[in-house]
Each structure stands twice: as structure tokens, then as C-alpha cells.
Design a protein around this ligand. Structure first.
Ligand code: NDP
Ligand code: DGY
Length: 333
């Protein structure tokens, strides 16, 4: 097996891969261009890639040997899955192993934005602090408030677990309707499913945990901000483009909503200049899954899936298991 890896893997995952494959690892933080990826994929049958690598029909047609793409991320909006499936290319991702790390970061952003921690830190560093004062940096308490979770999947549920401990009442939206899942969510978190308009109207805090898909692009824009409470705090650790970033700048700068905590941005690594000027936003550079344990687990899962596929077992983390038969046929050629 010949594999291209577009980022550095943990030592353990790299060793496992090296035992079964000839590996070409790109070790720089600067992303490879499409031409560079295509050139390095020549003669290779698998790619281990990151969320900045765009995989679509154009690239796949230039890489006829490629049979498997292991995305070291749970979100796979960087991959046109239908293009891969129709060419018998199997796609895997890394679900489940990053739920706690991402929910922790999202909760950190919620607390930071609601209690103005980023702003307070800048205030102290700037030497502006004159002493204790009753109204200094007054923020919002979580206990007893309503939290709206957009996307109640693995990470949404991990976030809900943390929210329960802080005394938040949970409402949520999700894509599909399933009575038994909704009953489970009611039982586990006393959480109620609502529609997006109602979630925007009722929530004191909103946290986004849905994937970026054509249906969720700009799911939260000016119409949704118009419905939110003026002291609403919005957190996004999903994908930047789920929010219309220009509308968010407008909502924050006109105090239509109170604050935001953002780990993801519409045009990463670019951040809207309007956001950079605002005190009521706390930002992190897409580090939701960035704990040592989680990054190691993501690498491990990516490599396990790849090995499993080339050992003729459809990996559990296949995004398009419907491509399995075609993948196996191509493998045998
Ligand atoms: P899951 O698939 O487990 O959950 C996604 C949830 O979103 C599901 O509940 C799904 O509904 C719901 N959903 C899908 N479409 C819509 C919609 N149109 N409206 C409302 N809800 C919708 O994914 P994960 O929890 O594992 O991951 C979620 C996302 O988080 C990833 O796709 C990724 O983009 C992002 N992420 C970001 C990280 C970071 O570093 N900042 C780290 C990890 C993930 P249903 O249950 O009905 O299918
Ligand atoms: C993901 O997994 O989708 C994140 O964005 C990176 O860990």
C-alpha cells in the first residue's frame, strides 16, 4: 500500500501505518495546493488528510489509483462524498473520539462570553484595573437559564451533559424526527425538541453542533438574529459557514445579541475584520478537538479504519459504506 499523509500523525499511529504501507508524509503546516496533492498522490492508493484538503471530482479524476480517503476530522464538508462514492473511493472520518474535547471547548467559550473572561483579561493586561467595583464586567449567570442546542448529535449531547451540571434548561433542534430518540433525550437531559425559530426566541444561550451541509449553510443569519433575545450569547464550534458571519458582525456590533464565542469561521484562517474589533466576542483558532489525548485518538481511529479497509473489512467509521463493494472490486483489480 502507498499512502500520502498531509499532516503529522502521532508516533503510535505513524508506526502502525509504516508497518503496512510505504508512507509519504507532508510535514509542514502550510497547506498543500491541489496540484501538489495530485502530484504526490501519483501511484498512491490511500490518502490520510485534514479538513483543509478539498476532495472533489476534479481531484479524484486526476488520481485514478486513489481508493480510500481517511479524513482526520469528524466533519467532512471538505469532501464531496457523492463524487467519491460514484468512483468507488471509500471515505472515513473520526466520529466519537472528540466529543468531550469539543464540548469542553464549547463550554469554555460559553462561560468566557457570558462572564466576559476574554474582555476582562484584556482589561487587566492593559493596566486599566483601578480596583474592585460593584459593576465591573457584570456578566450573565448560567443557572436557571435556557440553552438552545442546534444539532443534538454526539457533541451536542456531550455539551448537554455539561449544561445540566450548570442548571440550564435544554431545548434543541436536530435534522430528523425520531420519537424514541426524542424520548431518550427527554429522559437523559429533560430536553425538548423545538423548531429553529422557537429555539432562537426562547434561548438565553445557543450552541451550534450540526455539520456544515447545503441545508445548514447560513442556518443562522439576520432572520434568526432578529428573533433572538438581546442578551443571547451564541457559541459556534461546528463550522463557520453555519453562521452568516457578516450578519453576526452586524448583530454583535449593534447589540442585537449580547456576545459570541467562536472556534470556527466562515473563511478560515481569515476572520471578519469586524469581529476582531469587538469586545463582546471571544475567539479561538479552530481548536475544538485540540487536546493531546483526542488528537492521538483521532489519528488512531483514522489509521485503524484504513487498515481495516485494506484488510477487506468495511471500517465502522466509513462515511460512505455504500461505496464498499466498488472499493473491494477496485482493490482486487
Ligand atoms: P453528529 O452527526 O453526531 O451530530 C450532528 C447533529 O446535527 C445531529 O443531531 C443532526 O441531526 C444535526 N443536524 C444535521 N443537520 C441539521 C439541521 N439542518 N438542523 C439542525 N440539526 C441538524 O456530529 P458530531 O456531533 O460528531 O459533530 C458535529 C460537527 O461538529 C461536525 O460535523 C464538525 O463540523 C464539528 N466539529 C468541530 C470541531 C472543532 O474543532 N471545532 C471538532 C469536532 C467536530 P440528526 O440527529 O437528526 O441526524
Ligand atoms: C472536526 O473533527 O471536524 C474538527 O473540525 C477538527 O477536529
Amino acid at each position: 500500500m502507498n499512502v500520502l499523509v498531509t499532516g503529522i500523525l502521532s508516533e503510535k499511529a505513524a508506526q502502525r501505518l509504516n508497518q503496512i504501507a510505504t508512507v509519504d508524509t507532508y510535514e509542514s503546516d502550510d497547506a498543500l495546493s491541489e496540484e501538489q496533492v495530485v502530484a504526490r498522490l501519483d501511484g498512491k492508493n490511500a490518502l490520510v488528510c485534514l479538513l483543509g484538503d478539498k476532495i472533489d471530482a476534479r481531484l479524484l479524476d486526476k488520481c485514478p489509483d486513489l481508493k480510500l480517503v481517511a479524513n482526520v476530522a469528524v466533519g467532512y464538508d471538505n469532501i464531496k462524498v457523492a463524487d467519491a462514492t460514484s468512483r468507488g473511493v471509500l471515505i472515513t472520518n473520526t466520529p466519537g473520539v472528540l466529543d468531550n474535547a469539543t464540548a469542553d471547548l464549547a463550554f469554555g467559550l460559553l462561560l468566557s462570553a457570558a462572564r466576559r473572561i476574554g474582555e476582562s483579561d484584556r482589561f487587566v493586561r492593559a493596566g486599566k484595573w483601578q480596583g474592585w467595583s460593584r459593576d465591573l464586567m457584570l456578566g450573565q449567570e448560567l443557572n436557571g437559564k435556557t440553552l438552545g442546542i442546534i444539532g443534538m448529535g454526539r457533541i451536542g449531547k456531550a455539551f448537554a451533559k455539561r449544561a445540566q451540571a450548570f442548571g440550564l434548561k435544554i431545548i434543541y433542534t436536530k435534522k430528523s424526527s425520531d420519537q424514541s430518540k426524542e424520548s431518550e433525550l427527554k429522559e437523559s437531559f429533560d430536553a425538548d425538541k423545538v423548531d429553529l425559530d422557537s429555539l432562537c426566541e426562547r434561548s438565553d444561550f445557543i450552541s451550534i453542533h450540526c455539520p456544515l451541509t447545503p441545508a445548514t449553510r447560513h442556518l443562522v443569519g439576520s432572520a434568526q438574529f432578529a428573533k433572538m433575545k438581546s442578551d443571547c450569547v451564541l457559541v459556534n464550534t461546528s463550522r463557520g459557514a453555519v453562521i452568516d458571519e457578516a450578519a453576526l458582525v452586524e448583530a454583535l456590533s449593534t447589540n442585537r445579541i449580547a456576545a459570541a464565542g467562536l472556534d470556527v469561521f466562515e473563511r478560515e484562517p481569515e476572520v471578519s475584520p469586524g469581529l476582531l474589533k469587538l469586545e463582546n466576542v471571544v475567539m479561538t483558532p479552530h481548536i475544538g478537538s485540540a487536546s493531546q489525548e483526542t488528537r492521538d485518538a483521532m489519528d488512531e481511529l483514522a489509521i485503524s479504519g484504513l487498515i481495516s479497509a485494506f484488510e477487506n473489512k468495511c471500517p465502522k467509521n466509513a462515511v460512505n459504506p455504500e461505496a464498499w463493494d466498488a472499493f473491494v472490486k477496485r482493490l482486487k483489480k
